[in-house]
Write a protein that binds this ligand. Sequence first.
Ligand SMILES: NC(=O)c1ccc[n+]([C@@H]2O[C@H](COP(=O)([O-])OP(=O)(O)OC[C@H]3O[C@@H](n4cnc5c(N)ncnc54)[C@H](OP(=O)(O)O)[C@@H]3O)[C@@H](O)[C@H]2O)c1
Length: 331
Amino acid sequence: MDRFTAYRSHQNDGKVSSRFETLTLDDLNPGEVVIKAAYSDVNYKDALAATGAGRIMKRFPMVVGIDVSGVVARSEDPRFKEGDSVLVIGSGLGEERDGGYSEYVRLPAEVVMPLPVGLSLFEAMAIGTAGFTAALGIQRMEDNGQTPEQGTVLVNGATGGVGSYAIDMLAGLGYPVTAFTGKRESDSYLSKLGARDILYRGETELGQRPLERALWAGAIDSVGGDELAWLTRTVQPLGNIASIGLAGGIQLNTTVMPFILRGVNLLGINSVLIPMGLKQKVVERMASDLRPRHLDEIVTRTVALTEVESVFQGYLDGTVTGRTVVRIGDA
Ligand SMILES: NC(=O)c1ccc[n+]([C@@H]2O[C@H](COP(=O)([O-])OP(=O)(O)OC[C@H]3O[C@@H](n4cnc5c(N)ncnc54)[C@H](OP(=O)(O)O)[C@@H]3O)[C@@H](O)[C@H]2O)c1
């Protein structure tokens, strides 16, 4: 634990660069719990942060990685003891606090969660923030009245981490799912996850009118921009749209018509800004009724920490399918 490897970002003259470094615990932010990391993962946000393509980190230097699972190496908090298996997601790692791309991670006890029964350290990171956020979106839609009987839910950004888990989880709950993707070659992947129908970006007419024919009972969107605007125009009365991401743009050009004439609900989903009670509930569901049925298909890559840089560009280009798990140390 004296000296260990971490992948850390620096900012010089406004430009972000990241590199492997040898650190000691004193280089990390303070906290009561020291975790020997076993796995992390790669999310779109990690690729933005590490490459500087997006401004994610609130301070520098900062260890990259928004998720981590591992075993407690030391704890000054009675809630955890050496040897406990734990996970940390949705807690500002790699953004406000040093992240999970590190052999050791030191964190405040309040952000550390016991690994739920039924999930391994690997599976926890296979699901990670992507699966957690998909599950949170579903939870929020259900809290707002969404049921499988209302009909088809469209999942946009379908082959990405959030999209893949949204399809798997919704289909597992009995929702008919239509996948919306830019990847023509992804049919068999998306069908295997549970999509009944597939629509392709660039081949689907999005229309311009304030209200188009109402096609979807609800939607989970990780793309934003024109496609989210289209969803507001095409969701059925009282349907819910979980707005999760911005991979396709941050603009939203729509009108109030879907909201005041169809009672459509646009639910903002933030995986960090949630009460601990809701977070724990969603994590429990990730290990029970929302446990992904196709983890093996969705985890398309497992890389060692030292190889993590090699996958970032694919995330920025939107060419990656599924999830990348990062193996740390001797996990
Ligand atoms: N709100 C939150 O708390 C929260 C939590 C997690 C993630 N997110 C956000 O959700 C989004 C998805 O995250 P993720 O980790 O699932 O990312 P990901 O694995 O990289 O998936 C993103 C997917 O979006 C689609 N896409 C459409 N236009 C794109 C473009 N111009 N560039 C890149 N991808 C494009 C692609 O899938 P198809 O070709 O199949 O459409 C791509 O695979 C990101 O914007 C991320 O920041 C938000």
